[in-house]
Design a protein around this ligand. Structure first.
Ligand code: CMX
Length: 439
């Protein structure tokens, strides 16, 4: 058994006992209320699922096993001479709640490289799609097609014990994460580079290799960007749409090819991950309309107001949980300040940050007028030559695998059951209100 798996086995066995004891001894203790607005309003804030890998605070933003993004940047191993954290380290941290050593992260890079070859079936499935199919659709179909290689599905069909579910899920998760950069780069080169593919480099780390295979920019800074990007998009606790989708589907004992594939369908919606393509598209439309990449604040304000008047949302702004600027936005801003000088699109992102919150705040209904993670990423990618924005959500998706697959390992190790909340109809809600009045 590899050492990461052994660590996970020991830690998860301990927590499994603790969680069982908690449920047995305190199962009826009430810890949260639910109101009508939450039931009608997309279940905002209802505490109803177990998720170990990260936690989201409305004001402080995301913490991974208790560590904020600035802390992650400090404590996680990097490449030699590099300044950005390696996503391998974040996966390790989320999975076993320990900051890995450099040697452990180097081992994981190599392990993922060893497991990274794409099965022919994925290439065939993608080849069957028109090249113009949205990259997220190609990505989802590629992931689902590899389900036939699932260790979990195979062992389950042969009669695996419940106690071994975690082991098969770990194997599937490691294989799938390892393959994703190759799958995603394959789609990129197929759609935007006439199908001319770039072989992986065994000397590179997971994110560095992804940057290399995308082939848009040879500069070391683009690899650094990918390391940061794939770290900060990895997890946002369990309630966000993609993570929650994975959790739900995985709770049926569907393997991670199916559950993570479903999560990617969720990420592909414009209110969630697709917002990253919508942001830059909206900015490009603005510069085209205004015929300048250096608009004045007055011009930007009018463009924002016109978008709202047309009944549309401002992409990249607002959040279901956050009530302050997203630390993932700030991390990208810090990156841009350090690595990029004088880029018009980056400056527009910063200009929007000055202009949009007041306008959204004045509407009186937007709970969070601040930028989210998607507000910044496009302008930086454009700077490095990745202008094909219909691809952006795939990048988000590759990163999100780290969180949802680490969490899937935990769900299977803790023996979490089939997810099945209760739904009610509007008549029931009205009756509750009537009964309350009568009391
Ligand atoms: N622009 C305009 N209106 C907005 C808005 C925005 N960026 N954000 C929220 N609102 C509106 C809502 O549409 C809603 O209006 P109605 O009452 O008329 O329906 C009202 O403000 C209240 O919404 P809220 O409670 O503040 O926000 P929600 O929790 O319902 O929605 C989110 C959150 C992200 C879907 C929303 O802010 C939004 O649509 N943002 C733009 C899309 C986006 O950037 N999504 C990416 C989020 C991050 C991610 O998951 O990747």
């Amino acid at each position: 058994m590899d050492k990461l798996k052994e660590k996970f086995r020991v830690k998860s066995a301990k927590l499994k006992q603790e969680v069982r004891e908690l449920r047995k001894t305190h199962g009826t203790a009430v810890v949260a209320d639910v109101n009508i607005a939450q039931i009608i309003g997309g279940m905002r804030g209802i505490k109803s699922m177990l998720w170990e890998t990260s936690e989201l605070d409305a004001n402080k933003g995301i913490t991974f096993r208790g560590h904020s993004i600035p802390q992650i940047k400090e404590i996680l191993p990097r490449t030699k001479g590099g300044k950005e954290p390696l996503p391998e380290g974040l996966f390790w941290l989320m999975l076993v709640d320990e900051v890995p050593t450099q040697a452990e992260v180097n081992w994981l890079s190599k392990e993922w490289y060893k497991r990274s070859k794409l099965p022919q079936i994925a290439l065939n499935a993608i080849a069957a799609l028109p090249v113009k199919t949205h990259p997220m659709t190609q990505f989802i179909i590629g992931i689902n097609s590899m389900q036939s290689t699932s260790v979990f599905a195979d062992r389950y069909s042969k009669g695996m014990s419940k106690n071994d579910y975690w082991d098969a899920t770990y194997e599937d998760s490691m294989n799938l994460i390892a393959r994703l950069p190759r799958l995603a780069a394959y789609i990129y080169r197929r759609v935007y580079c006439q199908g001319v593919h770039i072989a992986p480099n065994p000397k590179l780390d997971w994110a560095g290799n992804f940057a290399h295979m995308l082939g848009v920019n040879d500069h070391e800074d683009f690899k650094s960007l990918m390391r940061l990007y794939l770290t900060i998009h990895a997890d946002h606790e369990g309630g966000n749409a993609s993570a929650h989708t994975a959790h739900l589907v995985n709770s049926t004992l569907a393997d991670v090819y199916l559950s993570y594939g479903s999560a990617m369908s969720s990420l592909a919606g414009p209110l969630h991950g697709l917002a990253n393509q919508e942001v830059i598209k909206w900015i490009f439309d603005m510069t085209k309309k205004l015929k300048t990449t250096k608009p004045t604040d007055a011009q930007v304000k009018k463009y924002v107001n016109d978008t709202l008047k047309a009944g549309k949302v401002i992409p990249g702004y607002g959040h279901a949980v956050l009530r302050e600027p997203d630390p993932r936005f700030t991390a990208q801003r810090v990156f841009a300040e350090e690595y990029i000088q004088n880029d018009d699109y980056v400056k527009i992102v910063w200009q929007l940050f000055r202009v949009v919150p007041d306008i959204l705040g004045a509407l009186g209904k937007v709970k969070n007028p601040w930028p989210n993670v998607d507000a910044h990423s496009g302008a930086i990618l454009v700077h490095y030559g990745l202008k094909d924005y219909t691809y952006y959500t795939v990048l988000f998706g590759v990163s999100r695998a780290l969180g949802v697959l680490a969490a899937s390992c935990w769900s299977r190790a803790l023996g979490l059951p089939l997810e099945r909340p209760k739904s009610v109809n509007s008549e029931w809600l009205k009756t509750q209100v009537k009964n309350k009045k009568a009391k």
